[in-house]
Design a protein around this ligand. Structure first.
Ligand code: NAP
Length: 232
């Protein structure tokens, strides 16, 4: 980090910002929470999830976990009150919930979260999308990611950061066959592929936190190499 980055972080810390995180129990979300904890940039961090975990036991007092029903976020809109920054790491796979389940989480829950947050005054939204996202794509995954990006832009946050990582490198409890195959393909040429096509979740989490305190334009599309650059 440059001196300018450090000054900006110090200034941001003093301003007393409040963040919420959705998807904090996932591979990226866990690393994001670690980065939020080590950087101490926020006065308060609200973790919004569908199930109770013991995550806050290992975190500072600024972290609070609140359980919400994403199907009925309208019953929980007050949880967004006072949050000026939102981080989204939600996601599922088609193999887990089928096409409908995928659309519900990766589209509906993300857009509803962003809408309620915006209505309650959220100014900055940092969103994990994917490399290759394209609303005109023939593929459900990349098309959905592209449509979500477009709908988020329509909400007109003061600062919207869209992260488009390539393949996410992390340890998972569950087995994802597609990811295992991709990991094998990457391993022989990991160094040259990493910058352009892959991303440790730790790098992504840190880059998201760093970007939160350094808004740069209204809408930013941040590709895989730039995510690496921000985190180094
Ligand atoms: N995997 C890759 O290589 C890759 C590459 C590029 C982009 N991405 C995108 O990056 C994002 C983060 O990926 P990840 O691998 O970090 O995700 P992940 O480990 O699968 O975590 C997903 C998160 O979403 C939550 N979630 C899933 N289904 C839910 C539901 N029905 N209701 C409420 N919460 C639900 C999970 O909560 P629970 O813990 O309660 O299940 C978890 O917190 C995703 O949008 C993904 O599409 C992934």
């Amino acid at each position: 980090m440059t001196t300018e980055d450090n000054d900006q972080a110090a200034q941001f810390r003093q301003e007393g910002h409040v963040a919420f995180v959705v998807g904090y129990t996932g591979a990226t979300g866990k690393e994001l929470v670690k980065a939020l904890s080590t950087t101490s940039l926020f006065k308060r961090v609200v973790l919004l999830g569908r199930r109770k975990t013991n995550v806050t036991e290992k975190l500072g007092n600024e972290f609070e976990e609140i359980i919400v029903d994403f199907e009925h976020l309208e019953n929980h809109e007050d949880v967004f009150t006072g949050c000026d920054v939102g981080f989204n790491c939600l996601g599922t796979t088609r193999s887990k919930g089928g096409k409908e389940g995928f659309l519900r989480v990766d589209h509906d829950y993300v857009i509803k979260t962003a809408e309620f947050a915006k209505a309650k005054g959220c100014k900055r939204f940092l969103h994990v999308s994917s490399q290759g996202s394209d609303k005109d794509s023939w593929f459900l995954y990349t098309k959905t990611k592209g449509l979500v990006e477009e709908e988020l832009q329509n909400l007109q946050f003061e600062h919207l950061a869209i992260f488009r990582p390539g393949f996410l490198l992390c340890e998972r409890e569950e087995t994802r066959i597609g990811e295992k195959i991709a990991a094998c393909c990457f391993s022989p040429c990991i160094c040259c592929c990493l910058k352009y096509s892959a991303m440790p979740t730790e790098t992504l989490g840190l880059a998201m936190v760093r970007r939160a305190c350094r808004p740069n334009g209204t809408v930013e599309i941040i590709d895989n190499p730039t995510i690496h650059y921000i985190a180094t």
